[in-house]
Ligand binder design. Sequence first.
Ligand code: SF4
Length: 477
Amino acid sequence: MCGVAGVFGVQHAEAQVAEILFAIQHRGQESCGIATRNPRGNITSYKAMGLVKNVLVEEVLARNAGDVSIGHVRYPTAGSSDIANSQPHAIDLAEGPHMAICSNGDIINYGEMRGWLEREAGFTFKSDNDAELIGRLIAYHHVVQREPIEDAIRKTQQELKGAFATLVILRDRMFAFRDPHGIRPLVMGHLDFQGDGAPPSEGTVFASECCGFGIIGARRLREVAPGEILCLSRGQPVTTVSVVPKRKRHCVFELIYFSRPDSEAFGERVYDVREKIGACLAAKDADIPGGDDLVVMPVPDSSNFVALGYAAAKGARFSMGLLRNHYVGRTFIKPSQKSRDEGVRQKFNPLPGFFPGKRVVLVDDSIVRGTSLRKIVRMVKTAGAREVHVRIGSPRVIGSCYYGIDTPTRNELIANRMSVAETADYLTADSLRYMEIPDFDRVLASRDDFCFACFDLDYIYPPEQFGLKTNVPGGRE
Ligand code: SF4
């Protein structure tokens, strides 16, 4: 998972993009970058490993100032964690970098399309990153095949398979487009800019999540529709070049885990969805009696609203019994098991004196390998909890994601190696219960509009057809 941001048509667009990237830093912490069209019409860019606050500092923004800008925060899914794979990418269209591109999602026919471009057009790639492929495919159609840029983007959009929410800037225009299934989110907003002595101006903003819009005074307008291509030119209204949607398959994990609770994605308020998930889990737990000794507690922070929803529905006490150190990033998006393990120990601490004699409903968003949650359950028991009942806001994860989330291969997933009862034993939990896929009928306006492939293996693009690594499940389903 990554995050993109873009601003068109206001002075210091680069600073606004940096603010949005800071707000969506949870979507990627390995590297970040920015590309801007400056007043002379040239595109400059800068990217580096590290967090937005350390990379996009004042002097970097000053060197990349302009009225059109895009940016990206990355965590690696495909391709290694290095600067070459960081975004945005500057792409030479003719005699110089005339285009910059950033994208969120994974292209599953990457190998086929890259090989074709290398053979057909003699293109040389500088990275293993999907966004560079998208940019070079656009360049192929536009420069080699001499198609108008709109047609080049349309053809690229049709040829790619997978997830992409993409922003492109050229010397004279900006484009925003999304894959036909709308797998990853991309929202558009309006900005009335009144800044730093500059004359007031109006602009358009884009981001993977709208939680950053408020900070810069932007207002959410709508999502870029699945399969839509938007074009922005100076002095012109935002234009839809084309919309060629297929069946919607929004990533349900965005709502369960990735997106910030103050975002709105796929027509749903994230916090609202999570509270409903909590209420759903509570409705299944008639066998857990209430009482003063019962506390409902999230594994902070992505499960906070699920636990709130559970506690409210159950009429039980909600408590933040685990304190989270916010200077440790999200453990799930750290690239190695070693860094994930270290992250758990550094990240959570039980409230002293809180747990003795308590029955705890411990709420988490998902179980992937189970190693982190096992440590947390043990931590809570060691702190004195009498019982720990684990409740999970997603169904059992049994498949890998090929659309931009770094889930491991199927053999590594605990749900493919252990039954629910065995998983509860492994976690040392007194009981374990998950959301089931049909439960989402009570949570989402239309469950059919969502991808659940990592829970039911109903992939949009069958991974075997694209030579993707699956691994046969090693144990019981
Ligand atoms: S496979 Fe899972 S994580 Fe990937 S897009 Fe589908 S629901 Fe989201």
